[in-house]
Design a protein around this ligand. Structure first.
Ligand SMILES: *Cc1c(COP(=O)(O)O)cnc(C)c1O
Length: 458
């Protein structure tokens, strides 16, 4: 088979700044072992997130020049709205400045004490917005999704039995919404099958619970359905996407992911009454409903990006990139989540660093080692991000200790990815030398963004 090439030429470039391991050791110490506190300039390959880090196309830049910056009723809004209506089939479209703004509005209205939101896995900002409202979020990932090293085609699926049991236990009237995260970001960028989306839809219908899709990576999910699910090989990506959204009552979306935009998001839905409440809040926190915290040019970039992201040559290259890196790591014996996720490669830090107990944050320790060795910035998705404390202040660890290497869209080439593999393998060969970490300062919510840490034997 021929090499799957990057399906673009490069017209504009940005220099990478190099530094030495000694300089990086100082930088890491100064940043209190938290990569969020390192300057981007001090990073060689930045895999912190795929959010807002996409390279825009020449067509997106051209569209931005046509941005209509009118306060109300701008042309750009109508292009944005009609694109989303066409792609999703959802009639009401509300722009927001990013995904979490859509979540904040939705959960302020639907949340509150005594309410439960059920999901395959809630993303961290989604969970935070639910909990901030006083409600509780419940993750009901399928069995396969719990074992990082055992491959399965759709590890992002909802556990349907657990879902129905949960509804019966909590009572449907206390569950304002079911949320399917597509692909499942915190669960490893793993896809959800069409069959699972359909079944979740049927269970939701049976109990009168609306279904929303957290649609950040809808195109990647559709591509996985096309290549892995029976009956979809001949279907176009837009038709698969349309079917996916057809089972939903609405969606939240971060345009910083599968819309190739550097900022933006939206809410879309069928329910007029809910939309009215959302727009009222939107005006208070984001802006008038035809711009929702975005410039007209942002709306244009998103509208173009949403179409481009569904191109098959792009999706083939995209999904191949994470698979290529994962395969190199598997060949070297590195414990990595299998199969590769859509937007990221996930290292299994518990098995990578078995000598570091979970209360010394093996994921965060590994993140530090990747930076020291190769200037690579990754993020922990484990007990630093999701850990809680019990009454005795003992850590209740997360189910998995992962390190996510998120691949920005259309930004890095194959040689960058080869370099990343080399660095990870070098760290793996020297893993015995890596030390655990302890927290010295943390915030009450979303602590991983700002927490300060230090090595346990400092
Ligand atoms: C990024 C993301 C969000 C939040 O979107 P922001 O634009 O970062 O606010 C919500 N859900 C998922 C699955 C995400 O990946």
């Amino acid at each position: 088979m021929q090499t799957i090439i990057e399906p673009f030429r490069i017209k504009s470039v940005e220099p990478i700044h190099f530094n030495t391991p000694d300089q990086r050791a100082q930088i890491l110490e100064k940043a209190n072992y938290n990569p969020f506190l390192i300057k981007a300039k001090e990073v060689i390959i930045d895999l912190l997130t795929d959010s807002g880090t996409s390279a825009m196309s020449s067509n997106q830049w051209a569209a931005m020049m046509q941005g209509d910056e009118s306060y109300a009723g701008s042309d750009s809004f109508f292009r944005f709205e009609s694109t989303i209506q066409k792609i999703t089939g959802l009639p009401i479209v509300i722009p927001t400045h990013q995904g979490r703004a859509a979540e904040k509005i939705l959960f302020s209205i639907l949340g509150g004490k005594g309410k439960y939101f059920i999901s395959n896995t809630l993303f961290d900002t989604t969970r935070a917005n639910i909990e901030f409202s006083g409600a509780e979020g419940i993750d009901l990932i399928c069995e396969e999704g719990k074992y990082p090293s055992i491959p399965a085609p759709f590890k992002g699926n909802m556990n349907l039995t657990a879902m129905e049991e949960c509804i019966l236990e909590k009572g449907a009237k206390h569950i304002p919404l079911c949320i399917l995260t597509i692909t499942n970001n915190s669960g490893g960028g793993q896809p959800v099958s069409m069959e699972n989306i359909r079944s979740v839809h049927q269970i939701c219908r049976k109990y009168g619970i609306p279904l929303f899709i957290d649609a950040c990576r809808f195109a990647e999910n559709a591509y996985f359905i096309k290549i892995r699910e029976q009956g979809y090989q001949q279907r176009s990506i837009p038709s698969i996407v349309h079917e996916m959204f057809g089972y939903a009552d609405g969606c939240t979306m971060s345009a910083k992911k599968d819309a190739f935009a550097n900022i933006g998001g939206f809410l879309a839905m069928h329910n007029e009454a809910l939309a009215l409440q959302c727009r009222n809040l939107l005006i208070m926190t984001e802006g008038f409903p035809t711009y929702g915290g975005l410039a007209g040019r942002d709306l244009e970039a998103i509208a173009v990006g949403l179409e481009e992201v569904m191109e098959e040559h792009y999706l083939q290259y995209r999904i191949r990139t994470t698979e290529y890196l994962t395969n190199k790591l598997i060949a070297a014996g590195v414990p990595v989540m299998q199969p590769a996720g859509g937007h990221a490669v996930y290292l299994d830090a518990k098995n990578f660093l078995p000598h570091i107990p979970v209360n010394q944050y093996p994921g965060q320790a590994l993140v530090g080692a990747l930076y020291l060795t190769g200037g690579i910035r990754a993020v922990e998705i484990g007990s630093l991000m999701f850990g809680k404390y019990d009454e005795d202040n003992t850590l209740i660890p997360a189910a998995l200790e992962l390190v996510r290497l998120a691949i920005p869209r259309r930004v890095y080439t194959q040689s960058h990815i080869d370099y990343v593999a080399e660095v990870i393998i070098e760290v793996f060969q020297n893993r015995d030398r890596i030390q655990g970490l302890e927290i010295i300062e943390e915030a009450p919510t979303l602590r991983h963004f700002t927490a300060k840490l230090r090595p346990v034997n400092h």
